[in-house]
Design a protein around this ligand. Structure first.
Ligand SMILES: Nc1ncnc2c1ncn2[C@@H]1O[C@H](COP(=O)(O)OP(=O)(O)OP(=O)(O)O)[C@@H](O)[C@H]1O
Ligand SMILES: [Mg+2]
Length: 380
């Protein structure tokens, strides 16, 4: 008998859970060693004391008495997670399960220390919060970068456009100024021939009209309408050449056009013209940079397996093998910072592949140059 009592005492004290027995007045009647370890008190410091010592404040002790303790008495059992006060003043999270014993005169509480788990959860929640706010701020940064990129792209396009306009305006402006000088000279020497004057004035009119037409062409070219339309690769190329041909010819670049497709495509017209313009301008840059003598750009269209293709090939020296997989990257350029932003091909790729559901690729060709291929689905 004595032996059994010793066993029970051993089990009572050394079981992994804390045991606390209180009476109806919440006076502590018995605790085991594990419970003492959890709350940091000795056996003697707890026995016959009011359970309030275990609570983080008188307020919470009162609440616990009113709610938890009475619930156990009424329902015979209760299970909750709760904060106790350690002897050193810190608080510890515990899981507490109550059972009524001795004809509802006493409550047996079983307590497990869940402090580490709760701390861990709280830490995790904090980490989650910081992670969320970090993600939010990174998204903000990316959005801002995207906006700046678009802005820089627009600026570069506008710079290019001004360049082309000024190029196309030079000739008619020079002709206007030559005509006015001629007329002024005639006035000075008082040589008035009405017919000649009218002819010269017509010349000025023609030049002015030419200026106005170029501006209209450019306005249409750079209009940003996000509406898809039915068009063809040939139309796109022809409209782009209207704008860029004078500059290409001025740089002694021969154009060979070979249209074989003539199929309809359903696409963003102006964006696609932008892409063709970017590719042509890149070829022109390469001709000048590599100082190529016989300059040729070949523009070819054809159709195959429900796709319309546009190949633009030059003989401007080609792209270095190690750069072939980088040229579509944002900001990749081999040009000096004043000549290239490195945005042209990256924007072109986005336009073709994301907006027009096609493909844009580049390879080096057999004529010591590069070939850019646009592949777009044919509109049935
Ligand atoms: N036809 C080409 N021949 C040789 N290299 C080319 C050709 N087209 C593009 N490249 C290479 O690809 C790079 C990236 O071209 P991309 O158009 O994106 O930028 P960029 O022309 O340098 O600057 P920009 O933003 O002003 O167009 C160029 O710097 C050049 O090295
Ligand atoms: Mg470019």
């Amino acid at each position: 008998m004595k032996n059994k009592e010793k066993w029970f005492e051993h089990i009572f004290n050394n079981s992994g859970v804390g045991i606390l027995i209180v009476d109806k007045n919440r006076t502590i009647l018995e605790v085991n060693k594990t419970f003492c370890d959890i709350v940091g008190y000795s056996y003697e410091e707890l026995i016959n004391k009011h359970a309030r010592v275990l609570h983080i404040s008188d307020e919470s002790s009162k609440k616990f008495g009113e709610i938890a303790f009475n619930t156990v008495l009424e329902n015979n059992t209760l299970d909750l997670e709760y904060k106790f006060r350690h002897r050193d003043g810190s608080s510890i999270w515990i899981k507490i399960t109550g059972d009524v014993i001795k004809d509802k005169q006493e409550v047996l509480w079983i307590i497990t220390n869940i402090n580490k788990r709760v701390m861990f959860q709280e830490e995790l929640a904090k980490l989650n919060d910081t992670l969320n706010s970090k993600i939010d701020s990174q998204i903000k940064i990316l959005r801002e970068k995207d906006r700046q990129l678009q802005y820089q792209g627009r600026l570069a396009q506008m710079g290019e456009m001004l360049n082309m306009i000024s190029h196309q305006w030079r000739q008619p402006l020079m002709s206007i100024s030559a005509t006015t000088s001629f007329l002024q000279a005639k006035l000075l020497i008082e040589e008035f021939n009405q017919e000649e004057f009218l002819n010269e004035l017509h010349l000025i009119d023609d030049s002015a009209e030419h200026l106005s037409n170029t501006i209209n062409d450019f306005r249409n070219f750079f209009k940003l309408d996000k509406q898809k339309v039915i068009t063809s690769l040939e139309d796109i190329v022809e409209n782009t050449l209207k704008i860029v041909k004078p500059i290409l010819l001025n740089n002694q670049i021969n154009l060979i056009i070979d249209f074989k497709s003539h199929d309809n495509i359903y696409t963003l017209e102006n964006e696609l013209r932008q892409v063709v313009l970017n590719i042509l301008k890149n070829a022109e840059d390469a001709f000048i940079e590599n100082n190529i003598k016989n300059r040729t750009i070949q523009i070819k269209t054809y159709s195959k397996n429900d796709f319309a293709y546009l190949d633009i090939s030059d003989n401007a020296g080609g792209i270095k093998e190690e750069n072939l997989n980088k040229i579509f990257n944002t900001y990749f350029t081999t040009k000096s910072s004043t000549n290239g932003t490195g945005l042209g091909l990256c924007m072109s790729k986005t336009i073709i592949e994301d907006n027009c559901k096609g493909y844009l690729t580049a390879i080096n060709n057999k004529n010591n140059g590069a070939t850019f291929s646009i592949k777009l689905p044919i509109k049935k």
